[in-house]
Design a protein around this ligand. Sequence first.
Ligand SMILES: [Zn+2]
Length: 111
Amino acid sequence: MSLPNCPKCDENFSYQDGSLYICPMCGHEWGADDGDETPIIKDAVGNVLTDGDSVTVIKDLKVKGSSTPIKVGTKVKSIRVIYDAPDDHDIDCKIDGFGAMKLKSSVVKKA
Ligand SMILES: [Zn+2]
């Protein structure tokens, strides 16, 4: 199977890395499974997360500057999904007692 051309610059030097295709010419990355470019953020068990969802934290999380961790089971309402997060902190949310923060989608489960 030959790899598809880059949907962005149409060069054909794409290579595959896991579930991603990567174009070394322009740095574009896209999903190998689906041809479209809509990014998807999934929780720890594979549910797709979207803006406004409520999630539950599935493990204790240390918080910078706080002596109290965010406890497993903490409910987080009205998350905002960040599709182009520079690291894997792809959920923007507010947690009671902690304030605004970013979480990794891998540490939450859709409520
Ligand atoms: Zn490209």
